[in-house]
Design a protein around this ligand. Sequence first.
Ligand SMILES: Cc1cc2nc3c(=O)[nH]c(=O)nc-3n(C[C@H](O)[C@H](O)[C@H](O)COP(=O)(O)O)c2cc1C
Length: 186
Amino acid sequence: MQPIGPVNALYPTPTTLVGALVNGKPNFITIAHIGIMTLNHISLGIHKSHYTNAGIKENKVFSVCLPSEDLIVETDYCGIMTGKKTDKAVIFDIFYGDLEKAPMIRECPVCMECRLERIVDFTEHDVFVGDVVQTHVQPEVLKEGKIDIGKVKPLLFDMASKGYWSLGPRVGNAWGEGKKLKRKLQ
Ligand SMILES: Cc1cc2nc3c(=O)[nH]c(=O)nc-3n(C[C@H](O)[C@H](O)[C@H](O)COP(=O)(O)O)c2cc1C
């Protein structure tokens, strides 16, 4: 093994489009630094210079939408352009749900509405932790009532290659494959 310095090697992450009302208008920001804190809590690491932060702080709600591969251009656009200068919401068909102030994107197969739970104040980033209160899906991505990730075709982000990647095939059963070794070692 060769040390390569303190490189965060947890990529890929799903590339998301995070929606918030900023100054009363919908804005979407591309966020790849997203984490699962608990089954229902999502974290977003958003640089303090971005336009979106003020809207999340003001309304205390936001959305997290999962674009599929076919939204690669629109997703990248929302990560290049800032709401300070450009109305990014015009490129999407927007809808609202239970929280009323968390704009979501109809073109995305999955959108989650989140209530802001807390902000972790890093020097350069706000880490917003949200509680998922409702999830909206395109019915086509469901299989027996659950989200089929193969049908979602999430856009995966990798920092090392500064690229978008596809999800590969399912390769095994969680909480299942290890039993083979358990049996062998018993
Ligand atoms: C693929 C991709 C992933 C990104 N992930 C993040 C991220 O996790 N956190 C962040 O602060 N900015 C991230 N950005 C940059 C913001 O999306 C970008 O600066 C955006 O223009 C800010 O929008 P706003 O000023 O309208 O809020 C990412 C950009 C791209 C293209």
